[in-house]
Design a protein around this ligand. Structure first.
Ligand code: 6PG
Length: 259
């Protein structure tokens, strides 16, 4: 099931995402005793991370039962401001009582190939017997203006059977060497939530959702969970090129304040 929710502002978008994160967390812990998340880097999720560091989430989420991975990581040390881990840690995870052992970062300080191999091992350690990666309860993804997501960039090879991939890609002024989880891992998730805001995302969003299937050129099209739900939480400017109806998807325009 693919649901697109269009918000009047990034603030409303982030408020909805925080409530959705809480609901998925509480359901996962109730059903399976733990909650596994894969977080995104970049600027869009920062407002969500700030909200989740504050009341009521700080006091009400079962932090000791929550484990955090990252969908991708830039190959920089963890204390570097460009690190996806650091971007979530500084804004959010350092402010809440999540046990340090529940943070599973890709080791950006390593050579990309070594970091990718190490992260694949960390994913296998979290997987059920006979599997190479876990089914994440909540995967958070962004969308680049070029259509990339995580560190799956346009023109990159379609992977098959791997958990992680070492990447060199140039996007804005961000570190080029990266490690990414692959679509195989994202597609094993129960819930995938894309966040996209700003007019610079409008073309990539419209092509990803309504264009011809060209997953090599538009990597976000590779994300199609086998048994999971996909949510696109977008603001009006990012949604400005979307039609009023998209076959096979639920499209909801979300007025401010109404859930
Ligand atoms: C990263 C992210 C990347 C991000 C998009 C959107 O490492 O940069 O994983 O996929 O989500 O580039 O970034 P913004 O939210 O900053 O637009």
């Amino acid at each position: 099931m693919i649901t697109i929710k269009i918000f009047t502002s990034p603030v409303e978008l982030s408020r909805f995402a925080a409530e959705q994160f809480k609901e998925v967390t509480l359901a996962a812990v109730a059903q399976r005793g733990q909650f596994l998340a894969a977080l995104a880097g970049g600027g869009t999720p920062q407002a969500l991370y700030r909200l989740l560091a504050q009341s009521p989430y700080r006091e009400t989420l079962p932090w000791d039962k929550m484990r955090f991975f990252w969908g991708d990581e830039r190959c920089v040390p963890p204390e570097n401001a460009e690190s996806c881990y650091q971007q979530a840690y500084a804004t959010w995870l350092a402010q809440v009582p999540v046990p340090p052992g529940n943070l599973h970062r890709a080791k950006g300080e390593l050579d990309p190939a070594l970091a990718a191999a190490d992260y694949a091992r960390q994913l296998k350690d979290m997987a059920e017997a006979g599997h190479s990666w876990p089914s994440f309860d909540f995967v958070l993804l962004g969308l680049g203006a070029d259509g990339h997501t995580a560190s799956l960039f346009p023109g990159s090879e379609l992977t098959s059977g791997y958990a992680t991939v070492a990447v060199t890609a140039h996007y804005q002024d961000r570190p080029a060497n990266r490690v990414s989880m692959t679509p195989e891992v994202f597609n094993a998730a129960r819930t995938v939530v894309f966040l996209a805001s700003g007019p610079e995302k409008a073309r990539a969003l419209a092509i990803t959702l309504t264009g011809r299937r060209e997953p090599v050129k538009f990597p976000a099209q590779r994300i199609r969970p086998l048994n999971g739900d996909v949510w696109w939480l977008v603001d009006q400017s990012a949604a400005s090129l979307l039609p009023d109806h998209i076959e096979g998807m639920t499209l909801q325009k979300q007025p401010d304040g109404l859930q």
